[in-house]
Design a protein. Structure first.
Lengths: 169, 146
């Protein structure tokens, strides 16, 4: 092939160009805006929002800040009926406002994400970098929480996810 | 020079975050394939090359309590009773079921063997996918968390 005869160092700009082209072709997204598929749903006991993107996805919410160059699939679950049911745009804004409260947002209880490519995390939970595939799931409750929580999640049946939180009086 | 800077930056992040106390009770499951470097409040700082998978819980410290002997103030872990069912298959499939009771509810659940068994049955996947009645606590557990 023609590129095999090239100097490896000289190939670096070509690789960078391919990376940039992939990003441009895939698209860019910031939080829930841009080239990202957003799905909000009611789950028994809470509300969920799922963001799927391909390309560059920048997240600025404190609880999950960072960016992904590649493919990402993130799901956030909030407890209770904290978000207005209609319209869907309003729900998203409420979610964003809640998420912006960040690591201290007591309503954000579950974060599920799967990312492929280059991922950099700079959030309240983790500072780090991944090249490859990373999948994580976490249930998070405030340190001063008193009561019971039930979370049932199966990645094969995400629509059957249930979360129930009962705070002690 | 650049390598030195990267090392200093990583060590700096580790030092900056290692002294932090957990602000949340966390149940986590992470799987990585590739290269991963990270530090943070949730989990330990580490570098991974290849495949790695970890499942862990972080229990934050409760409020300060007075030590009876010396009168000193000390921090203790929060009261917690939980049952979990986590099943991971590769990087695609995961079952992530948890029942968590904290505070007085945890003390009541821990005091009743029947309640613990009920909590275990609650997170078993065979009992969770059929009907809505399966997600309501059975008798002993219901009484314990009331």
């Amino acid at each position: 092939m023609w590129y095999q005869s090239m100097n490896p160092i000289a190939c670096i700009p070509l690789r960078v160009l391919l990376l940039v082209l992939t990003t441009v072709c895939g698209g860019c997204a910031v939080n829930r805006h841009g080239f990202v598929q957003v799905r909000t749903a009611n789950v028994p006991g809470g509300e969920s929002i799922r963001l799927r993107s391909f390309g560059l996805h920048l997240v600025t919410w404190e609880a999950d800040a960072g960016f992904t160059l590649g493919w990402s699939d993130r799901t956030y679950v909030f407890r209770g009926e904290t978000l207005p049911l209609e319209p869907s745009v309003g729900r998203g804004k409420s979610m964003e406002r809640t998420a912006l409260d960040g690591g201290g947002a007591s309503d954000l209880v579950v974060i599920l994400d799967r990312r492929v490519g280059l991922a950099i995390d700079t959030n309240a939970r983790r500072v780090g970098m991944t090249i490859g595939v990373r999948r994580s799931a976490s249930l998070r409750l405030p340190a001063n929480f008193e009561g019971t929580t039930l979370l049932l999640y199966d990645s094969n049946h995400p629509e059957e996810m249930r979360i129930r939180i009962k705070e002690a009086p | 020079m650049k390598k030195k800077f990267i090392v200093v930056a990583i060590v700096g992040c580790a030092v900056a975050t290692s002294g932090c106390t957990a602000t949340h009770l966390v149940y986590a499951q992470n799987s990585v394939l590739g290269v991963d470097v990270g530090v943070g409040k949730e989990g330990t700082g580490k570098m991974t090359l290849g495949f790695d998978r970890d499942t862990f819980t972080i229990v934050p410290l409760a409020e300060e309590v007075v030590d009876k002997e010396g009168g000193k103030r000390a921090k203790d872990a929060m009261s917690l009773a939980s049952t979990s069912y986590v099943k991971v298959d590769g990087l695609n499939e995961i079952i992530f079921n948890h029942f968590v009771a904290t505070g007085k509810s945890a003390e009541r659940v821990a005091a009743s063997r029947r309640a613990i068994e009920d909590a275990e049955a609650l997170v078993e996947p065979t009992t969770t996918t059929t009907s809505t009645t399966t997600t309501t606590e059975a008798g002993a557990l219901s009484r314990a968390v009331r």
